[in-house]
Write a protein that binds this ligand. Structure first.
Ligand code: CP
Length: 320
């Protein structure tokens, strides 16, 4: 009955168990999720027994935009917690017949799922779904808006390497205009007291980005990667989103100006880690050998942290 009441308009506000954005998240909540993800990391990667706290629950993964890391890690996270998972994508679903995001979500909810994970190319799409279903909704990336679980995994990977992030200087480099990862991780870093340097060509740096986030940290803008690289405690490279950046002017000399090449890696501070959310455009924003660097690259550690981050968010969504 709860579904019928909710979907007939009795209460269309989103639930406090939704996880839609880092922006606006209470700092203590952000810290609690990261702390919990850290505690769950051994179970997430199979080094400790699974925590079957979601046994009997059903999680729906609604991925209307392509994904490898996020979709699979949400599925593994749910299974490590004992939940059952159903997956729906744009291909092979009634989306191809024109069914809307909200209609799809409402129909899946009517089958009795306990939580929904939503990826969509529509900025605000996950929040829209959350207004129309009663179960908790987790944003797995909505257009250029936010990718909040990516920020949790990024903060965890960074914290495991650097310790407390307060006062740390983190460069976020590249296609910031099209990056929901940049937005979510900037919100998280600034909330945790880190200093973000957003680096990229003017065409890929949105106006006013330095005012994006509030917190103990700060944001500055730079266009000259070489001028700041040696001062950073960590470098987060962004994928050039060729599918979204069409027409926005990714220059042919992008790698020479903004790519993390081997020559640039040598100018980084000793021990400063390299992050990238994936998928990697090798030879564009980062060279293959730099991405593979076993000492400085956290890219695979990020992926492992992703399972733990999603376990923490699923437990929060289901009040566990
Ligand atoms: N980082 C990330 O969101 O990767 P996927 O698109 O493969 O999920």
């Amino acid at each position: 009955m709860r579904l019928i009441q909710r979907t007939h308009g009795c209460d269309l506000s989103s639930s406090s168990r939704d996880f839609l954005a880092i922006e606006g998240l209470v700092l203590s909540d952000l810290r609690a999720i990261i702390d919990r993800a850290q505690r769950l990391l051994p179970a997430a990667v199979g080094d400790a027994p699974p925590e079957e706290r979601l046994r009997g629950r059903v999680i729906a993964n609604l991925f209307f935009e392509d994904s490898t890391r996020t979709r699979v890690s949400f599925e593994i996270a749910a299974k490590r917690l004992g939940a059952d998972v159903v997956n729906l994508g744009a291909s092979g679903s009634s989306t191809s017949k024109g069914e809307s995001l909200v209609d799809s979500a409402r129909n899946i909810e009517a089958m009795g799922v306990d939580a929904m994970v939503v990826r969509t190319s529509i900025a605000g799409g996950a929040a829209l779904v959350a207004k129309h279903v009663a179960c908790p909704v987790i944003n797995a990336g909505d257009g250029r808006h936010e990718h909040p679980t990516q920020a949790i995994l990024d903060m965890l990977a960074l914290r495991l390497r650097l310790g407390d992030l307060a006062g740390k200087r983190v460069a976020i480099v590249g296609d910031i205009a099209n990056s929901r990862v940049a937005r979510s991780s900037t919100h998280a870093l600034v909330a945790l007291g880190a200093h973000v340097v957003a680096v990229g060509p003017p065409s890929l740096l949105p106006m006013g980005f330095e005012h994006l986030a509030r917190g103990a940290g700060s944001i500055t803008i730079a266009h000259d990667f070489d001028a700041i690289i040696g001062e950073m405690d960590a470098i987060m490279m962004l994928r050039v989103q060729l599918e979204r950046a069409a027409g926005s002017g990714v220059a042919p000399d992008y790698r020479a100006t903004y790519g993390l090449t081997e020559a640039r890696r040598k100018r980084m501070r000793t021990g400063a880690p390299i992050l990238h959310p994936g998928p990697v455009n090798r030879g564009v924003e980062i060279d293959g050998e730099v991405a593979e660097d076993s000492n400085d690259s956290l890219i695979m550690a990020q992926v492992s942290c992703g399972v733990a981050a999603r376990m923490a968010v699923l437990l929060r969504a289901l009040n566990q």
